[in-house]
Design a protein around this ligand. Sequence first.
Ligand code: NAD
Length: 303
Amino acid sequence: MSTHPSEQAGQLIDGKAIARALTEKIGQDVAAFIEQGNPLPGLAVVLVGNDPASEVYVKNKAIQTHRAGMRSFMHMLPESTSQDELLDLIAQLNANPRIHGVLVQLPLPKQIDPVVVTNAIAPHKDVDGLGEVNAGRLALGMDGIVPCTPLGCLMLLKSVHKDLTGKHAVVIGASNLVGKPMAQLLLRENCTVSVGHIHTQDIRGLARTGDILVVATGKHGLVRGDWIKPGATVIDVGITRVPTHEGRTRLVGDVAFDEARHVAGHITPVPGGVGPMTIACLLHNTLQAARVTQALLKNGDAS
Ligand code: NAD
């Protein structure tokens, strides 16, 4: 058993507070970066279509980017945008020296292939880390840009456990966006990693073996209290908007929180857990991308 002092049964992992501290630190690092004669880091966010949830996400990203002292470029394109039009914009953003990070908000309208689009972003500007170069680097254990949500989850885990070595980590959900890179990151931390998905037999039995349980399925309330190993650390990535009895809506996660909190040692709430960390990690990745670009320029090999 770990002896980390913050380990007590049923503690909430306050993603909001951890993200606020990280954003503050990034703001200080940005100021120091500029003082050293470097340009203001710039992040371009592209939204295609009018999905209300995505609109909220990209506006939040712009606000937080400004807050960290970086420059934000927003590109709002109509739902009818063709793949070629989007690829043209990405080529312009790749070539723009004031832009260090490019993020295309997912999901995209059906006429656009998200894999083609993410692979079109220059690898050193791919701040979502979803392109084949950064995904391959992560799989090979090489330095690169790590996808924001799994990176945020890892930081939350590290706020509880200084060292993850030897722990059994169960990841439920195997998407390219969350589950797969999460599993790679946990492997890198010397965990024994199991990945469950829609075709896994006895997913509850698998979940119960996890000292660490990361859930990213989009199926709200899927993970019940009896899916959780007593004392486990639970990270709930899921976000679903559901109607309330009062005719409003609220956000819920993939974990049945009221049951799970009595079994878990530590658990993230929804909202206020992984969500804020995703944005903070986007800022982290943008500053990292700006640093890499400046280093490439100094060496004379930036494209
Ligand atoms: P996805 O639909 O691409 O992948 C879902 C995965 O879950 C798949 O691998 C599927 O096999 C698995 N799955 C689905 N139902 C299952 C079941 N009953 N049992 C076991 N496995 C099951 O989703 P995604 O993009 O990875 O997102 C997952 C959730 O995380 C969504 O709610 C999304 O909104 C949320 N999300 C949150 C953040 C954040 O910042 N908090 C970021 C990204 C995604």
